[in-house]
Each structure stands twice: as structure tokens, then as C-alpha cells.
Ligand binder design. Structure first.
Ligand code: IPE
Ligand code: IPE
Ligand code: MG
Length: 255
């Protein structure tokens, strides 16, 4: 067993980390930030108060990934299905995502985090797109870690968008249908450089993917936690990584 310490010792928050060999650190964690509404309602507060709490919680999750040397974290912030919510909640979430980006991008940049947006353009507020693009531009050369912000993201929508681009390139004679492979399809996803998801993490007690990174998570280890997202801490992230490290991954083969 390779007992090297974490490949990336950057730990801006000075968190005390569990000792996990580098080979058992996930390369990509998909985080479903769920349970905000229930957290607030349990306290007799409007659902939006739960979303507000999520900002600091996400930054704590980023610090945890930095401390553990996890190179990719994708955070599900608004799905293509979340438009079904009330107009006032949708409006809040749009404005909130815009403001979080504006508030946090300098801090993320200082920590060496590269921000990438995964999602669909149509319907998404222009002000949110503007902030996403500003954060991407500011942080584009950072290499410590990538934070995928999934806003107006849906796994099926991503595959449909990829299919459209592939069909266009095929019609233009740039690709031959017989040559379409898994590798080629992956090149048409929102972030072609993104590695497969190793650890799919969902707090809130729900046990489903809700259309998050479905292609990338084909062989992910699923970890579900009962805590609601506003109560999630770096300790929970560490616990999830420890559980991941104990899993036996076979990818269809034998040992
Ligand atoms: C997750 O929390 C945030 C978003 C989906 C935007 P929810 O708002 O889904 O909270 P619950 O699941 O209703 O408690
Ligand atoms: C998934 O949570 C989407 C995000 C966290 C952004 P939801 O609360 O929307 O998912 P369901 O409705 O429980 O499947
Ligand atoms: Mg939910």
C-alpha cells in the first residue's frame, strides 16, 4: 500500500485532516447541496434562510477538499428541474447565486481555486451568467483545485446538448458516426477536462441522483448522509472521504 500523504497539502483553513493514503483520495467529488428548505422550515424560518446558510457551508466544503488534496469538487446549486419551484424561490436562488459568486470569487482565487460553470444558458439569469463568466475568467489559470458550479445544470440536458453538438459536427463532416466513442462523447460535455466522479455525496437523507452528473457518475461510489446541507461541515466531508477510502472498487472486474 502506498502510504504517501495527501498529494496536495494546501490547507488554507488549517483544518486537522484524517490520514488517508493518496491513492484513496477521490479525484472528483460530486456534492448535492440538499436540505436547505427543510432545515429552515424545521426552525420556523422561510426556506430562503436555509439557502443563505449554504454559502458558508460550501466554502467549508471547498476548504475540506483543499486540505485533503481533492482536485475536483462539483457542487449542485440549481438544477434544470428547480424551475418548477415557486417564482419567488427561483428569483431568490438566482439573485443569491449571483451574489455568492460576487462575494466569494476573490477568496476562491486567493486559494488557487479554478471556477468552472456547468449548465445551460437558456433561461438562466444574465446577471448570473455574467458573474459565472467573471469568476471563470479571474480564476482560469489556477491549478490547486477546480470547483464546478452546476447552475441550471441537468445531466440529461448535458447529454442532449452534447448530442446536438455531435450531430452538428457530423452534419458538417467533421466526425464520422461510426467513430463516436465514449471518449469522443465525453469531449462534448460542458467541461471536457473533468474526470469521472469518484465520490457522489448527498446529504439531506435523500437517496437519489436527481439528474446530477449522471454520465460522469456511472461508476461513482454513492455516499448518503442524513444531515441537512446547512448543518454539513468539513468533518462530514472528511467522513465521506474516509468511507470512500474503505470501499472496494472493482469496475466490473475481479480482484
Ligand atoms: C437544496 O435545498 C437547494 C436547491 C435545490 C437549490 P432544497 O431547497 O432542495 O431543500 P429541501 O430539499 O427542500 O429541504
Ligand atoms: C437537487 O436537489 C438539486 C440541487 C441540490 C441543486 P432537489 O431538492 O432539487 O432534488 P429532489 O427534488 O429532491 O430530487
Ligand atoms: Mg431538496
Amino acid at each position: 500500500m502506498n502510504m504517501d500523504v495527501n498529494p496536495n497539502p494546501t490547507n488554507p483553513a488549517g483544518l486537522s485532516t484524517p490520514d488517508i493514503p493518496a491513492e484513496f483520495i477521490p479525484r472528483h467529488i460530486a456534492l448535492v447541496m440538499d436540505g436547505n428548505g427543510r432545515w429552515a422550515q424545521e426552525r420556523g424560518m422561510p426556506r430562503t434562510e436555509g439557502h443563505k446558510r449554504g454559502e458558508a457551508v460550501l466554502m467549508d466544503a471547498v476548504d475540506a477538499c483543499l486540505a485533503m488534496g481533492v482536485p475536483y469538487l462539483s457542487a449542485y446549486a440549481f438544477s434544470t428541474e428547480n424551475w418548477r419551484r415557486t417564482a419567488s424561490e427561483v428569483r431568490f436562488l438566482m439573485g443569491f447565486n449571483r451574489d455568492v459568486l460576487r462575494r466569494q470569487r476573490d477568496m476562491l482565487h486567493e486559494k488557487g481555486v479554478r471556477v468552472v460553470w456547468l449548465g445551460r444558458r437558456p433561461r438562466l439569469w444574465r446577471s448570473v451568467i455574467r458573474e459565472l463568466e467573471a469568476a471563470e475568467e479571474l480564476t482560469r489559470n489556477n491549478t490547486t483545485m477546480t470547483l464546478g458550479l452546476c447552475i441550471n445544470y441537468g445531466g440529461r440536458a448535458e447529454l442532449v446538448d452534447a448530442a446536438r453538438k455531435i450531430a452538428r459536427d457530423a452534419a458538417d463532416g467533421k466526425i464520422v458516426p461510426e467513430r463516436i466513442s465514449e471518449e469522443l462523447l465525453a469531449q462534448y460535455l460542458y467541461d471536457p477536462g473533468m474526470p469521472d466522479v469518484d465520490l457522489f455525496l448527498r446529504p439531506s437523507g435523500e437517496k437519489r441522483t436527481s439528474n446530477f452528473l449522471i454520465w460522469q457518475s456511472a461508476y461513482a461510489e454513492m455516499v448518503y448522509q442524513d444531515k441537512l446541507f446547512p448543518d454539513f461541515t468539513h468533518e462530514d466531508m472528511f467522513a465521506a472521504i474516509e468511507e470512500y477510502a474503505r470501499r472496494d472498487r472493482r469496475f466490473g472486474g475481479t480482484k
